[in-house]
Design a protein around this ligand. Structure first.
Ligand code: UDP
Length: 405
């Protein structure tokens, strides 16, 4: 089957850890790879955000990336991309409508991709499947006046839910939110993200650690809602441990990064400055080394649409302490593969860290169950198969054809 992935701001080729580059990039890259491995022809359409990018890049894994010229060929924050979506959509219409490459289905990631895909899909009769990745209603609830999304985002997301052929939710929490938004239940399917079990596995190289010092690892874009400040505060309750924070700009640029400086200042104020270390962005292929080096992965977001990092840690056989929000309430089984605590509660987080770090047997039991759960329930192959069934239904292609080399 010919499948178009639309991912306006999140290229599968981007370096991760920056403000707008994280889970969606990984999701689109891994899902496309898994679909291509099943014999499907996959093209990812993403905005051309640098002048030296080729219009079409063919990757070794059989996936092609199309850099769509919409707006200037430079980085634009995702909250300022909306004015360029019409151009993005016109470009899709020209390519799909000309017969040069017409997909059986378009899978849009994030709401702005959905707008471009729905407009192009209507004109070219290509059905559209939508994954939101994050919802404006949730962001507004948590960030209030700090939310920099375009003011009409929530209205657009609601309208999209009624216009696309199918909405993919990634967790039960998202299902509830979508239903509250008025998306008809019959249009919803739940297909969670996966984890690459070849890349993220317990065996392999391990990042250096200080002998005898337990390591708490936390990973993500350095944005407030990831709750790194709560992890830093919680470190006061585990006086023997160190906290390693992975993510943000490259390590050499951390000194100039306001979020990084704020976290370092907070660590000093809490008296844990010598035990909190920021390493900056780590290339995706090096992430497993960091997970393997940890005694526990702490993920303390205030809200989280899905949350890949707990799952990646689980696949490396690392127990997780997470906040009971969004996708984490599905992936982390409280008391079995890790512990869940209330969000924005550094004390509860610190107590959970203290209990787990002092209990080797419990850590081992969680790690074993976590690895098992990641492998059984969250392979990308499984996600790809479930999505192909959805694509087949909306496109009427009941027997997706294998591409013959
Ligand atoms: N990541 C990475 N390098 C970094 C920081 C993060 O490769 O320095 C990856 C991480 O392994 C995960 C993704 O970025 O695959 C973050 O996804 P998550 O769902 O946790 O958060 P999001 O960015 O979607 O909010």
């Amino acid at each position: 089957m010919r499948i178009a992935m639309i991912s306006e701001h999140a290229s599968p080729l981007a370096a991760l850890g920056g403000v707008d580059a994280g889970g969606q990039n990984t999701h689109v890259a891994e899902l496309s790879t898994a679909l291509a491995a099943e014999g499907h022809e996959v093209r990812v359409y993403t905005r051309r955000d640098a002048p030296d990018l080729p219009e079409l890049a063919e990757l070794d894994n059989g996936v092609s990336v199309v850099h769509v010229p919409a707006g200037p060929a430079e980085h634009i924050g995702k909250d300022d991309l909306l004015p360029h979506m019409a151009e993005f959509s016109h470009w899709l219409v020209r390519q799909w409508g000309s017969g040069e490459w017409t997909p059986a289905v378009a899978h849009a990631h994030f709401w702005m991709s959905g707008l471009a895909a729905v407009t192009a899909g209507r004109l070219t009769e290509v059905p559209v499947v939508q994954t939101y990745h994050a919802l404006g209603t949730v962001k507004r609830r948590h960030q209030g006046a700090m939310d920099t999304s375009p003011p009409r985002r929530i209205g657009y997301e609601r309208a999209l839910g009624r216009s696309v052929d199918r909405v993919i939710a990634q967790s039960q929490d998202e299902v509830a939110e979508l239903i509250r938004m008025g998306v008809p239940r019959a249009r919803l399917s739940v297909v969670p993200s996966g984890v690459n079990e070849q890349t993220f596995a317990p065996d392999g190289p391990v990042a250096d650690r200080i002998p005898g010092r337990p390591r708490v690892l936390t990973v993500g874009r350095l944005v407030a809602r990831k709750g790194f400040q709560d992890v830093v505060r919680a470190m006061q309750l585990v006086p023997d441990a160190e906290c390693v924070i992975v993510g943000g700009p490259p390590g050499s640029d951390l000194d100039a990064d306001p979020q990084a400086c704020q976290l370092r200042r907070l660590a000093e104020d809490c008296g844990v400055g010598d035990r909190v270390r920021l390493v900056g962005a780590v290339p995706r292929e090096e992430m497993p080394r960091w997970y393997r080096s940890a005694d526990v992965l702490v993920a303390a977001p205030w809200y989280e649409p899905f949350g890949l990092t707990p799952l990646e840690a689980m696949a490396c056989g690392v127990p997780v302490i997470g906040t009971a929000v969004g996708g984490l309430t599905d992936t982390v089984v409280d008391g079995l593969t890790g512990d869940l605590v209330a969000p924005r509660d550094p004390r509860a987080l610190g107590m959970a860290m203290r209990r787990l770090l002092s209990d080797r047997v419990r850590r081992f039991a969680y790690a074993t169950a976590a690895l098992d759960r990641a492998r059984q329930c969250y392979s990308w192959r499984r996600a790809a198969e479930q999505l192909v069934a959805v694509y087949a239904t909306v496109s009427g292609v009941r027997q997706p054809s294998r591409v013959v080399a």
